[in-house]
Design a protein around this ligand. Structure first.
Ligand code: PLV
Length: 329
C-alpha cells in the first residue's frame, strides 16, 4: 500500500485573482487530486487507519454515502486497496456522478432526495449487512487527513510567508475542521478562515447565526455537494471558539456559477459549483467587502484559496447549470 493516497498538490499564484483583489492570491489545486477533490486526503487517511484491522482482514465492503466527491475518493481508495465499495448517493446526484463511481469499480445505490436521506440508508445497510461505514465529513480521522492541505501550504510558502486568510467551501464541515486543525498544527491559528456556502446549502451559516446547530428543511441550492442539512458538531464548535477566527459567508448559486465560468476562462480548470462558492469570495467581491467592513485586514497578506475541485462537472453539466441559473438579462 502507498504511504498515502493523495498527491502533494501545486500552490500556484493566480494573476487574475491577485489583480482583482490587490493582493497575492494562491490557489491550492485540490482539483488535481486523483479523485478530483480534497476528499481523498481524509478518506485515504481514514481507510488506512482502519484498514489493517478492519477492512483488509475481514475483506468487508466499504459503504458510504456521498454527494459525490467523498464517494469518488472512497471508490478510488477501495480500488487501490483491492476492496469492494458500495456508495449510496441521493437522486439529486447527476448521472455523471453515478457513471464516474461505476467507472471506479464501485456499486452505486441511489436512495432519497438529498445527502441526509442517502446517509440514513447507508447507516441501515451498516446495521443489517455489517459493512464498514466511511463517513464523508464527520470523523476525526477525516479532519486529520484533510489537515495535510495546510501543512503542504506551509511547506510551499516557506518560513517567510504566512497567509492573510484561507478560503474554503463548507458542506458538512469536514474540510473546515481539517483546515482549522492544520492551521493550529503549523502555528497559524491567528489566520482567519473564510467559510463559503451557497444560499440553500447553508447549514454552517444557519448554525452560526442561530448560535446552535440547526437542521435545514431542504437543500435548495444546485451546489449539491455542499448539501448537508446539518453541519458537524466539531465545525460548529470551531466557529464558537475564540482561538480561531472563522467568517461565515454566503453567495447565490448564480455567483458560484459565474465563479466557475471565470475560473475556467482565466485558469483553464473546470470545477464544481461547490468549489465555485469559495472562488466567488474573490470574484464576487466578498473578501473586498470584508476588508471594507474591517472584518479582514487591509492590506491583506497573501490569500490562500482551497480549490476543492469536484468531479460532478463536465461541459454538459455546466450547460445544464447555465440553463437553470443564468436568467436572460
Ligand atoms: N462533498 C461531500 C458532502 O456532500 C460529498 O459527499 O461529496 N467541495 C467539494 C467539491 C465537495 O464535494 C464537498 C463535500 C465540499 C467542498 C465540502 O466539504 P465538507 O463536506 O467537508 O464541508 C454533502
Amino acid at each position: 500500500m502507498p504511504g498515502h493516497f493523495h498527491l502533494n498538490t501545486p500552490l500556484v499564484e493566480s494573476v487574475g485573482m491577485s489583480k482583482r483583489l490587490g493582493t497575492t492570491v494562491y490557489l491550492k489545486m485540490e482539483s488535481a487530486q486523483p479523485s478530483g477533490s480534497f476528499k481523498i486526503r481524509g478518506i485515504g487517511h481514514l481507510c488506512q487507519q482502519v484498514g489493517p484491522w478492519q477492512l483488509v482482514n475481514t475483506n468487508q465492503l466499504i459503504i458510504m454515502c456521498s454527494g459525490g466527491n467523498a464517494g469518488m475518493a472512497a471508490a478510488h481508495v477501495a480500488r487501490k486497496m483491492g476492496l469492494p465499495a458500495t456508495i449510496v448517493v441521493p437522486s439529486s446526484s447527476p448521472r455523471l456522478v453515478v457513471q464516474n463511481l461505476q467507472d471506479q469499480g464501485a456499486t452505486v445505490k441511489i436512495t432519497g432526495k438529498v445527502w441526509d436521506d442517502a446517509n440514513a440508508e447507508a447507516l441501515r445497510l451498516l446495521e443489517t449487512e455489517g459493512l464498514t461505514y466511511v463517513p464523508p465529513f464527520d470523523h476525526p480521522l477525516l479532519w486529520e487527513g484533510h489537515s495535510t492541505v495546510i501543512t503542504e501550504i506551509a511547506a510551499s510558502m516557506g518560513q517567510k510567508q504566512k497567509p492573510g486568510a484561507v478560503v474554503v467551501s463548507v458542506g458538512g464541515g469536514g474540510l473546515l475542521c481539517g483546515v482549522a486543525q492544520g492551521l493550529r498544527s503549523v502555528g497559524w491559528e491567528d489566520v482567519p478562515i473564510v467559510a463559503m456556502e451557497t444560499v440553500g446549502a447553508d447549514c454552517f451559516n444557519a448554525a452560526v447565526k442561530a448560535g446552535t446547530i440547526v437542521t435545514l428543511d431542504d437543500i435548495t441550492s444546485e451546489a449539491k455537494c455542499l448539501g448537508a442539512k446539518t453541519v458537524c458538531r466539531k465545525a460548529f464548535q470551531y466557529s464558537q471558539s475564540t482561538e480561531l477566527s472563522i467568517i461565515s459567508e454566503l453567495v447565490e448559486d448564480q455567483q458560484a456559477l459565474r465563479a466557475v465560468e471565470t475560473f475556467l476562462d482565466e485558469e483553464r480548470v473546470l470545477v464544481e459549483l461547490a468549489c465555485g462558492a469559495a472562488l466567488a469570495a474573490v470574484y464576487s467581491g466578498v473578501i473586498r467587502r470584508l476588508q471594507d467592513e474591517g472584518r479582514l485586514p487591509s492590506p491583506l497578506g497573501p490569500l490562500v484559496m482551497i480549490v476543492c475541485g469536484g468531479s460532478s462537472i463536465n461541459m454538459e453539466q455546466l450547460a445544464n447549470l447555465q440553463h437553470k441559473l443564468h436568467r436572460p438579462t
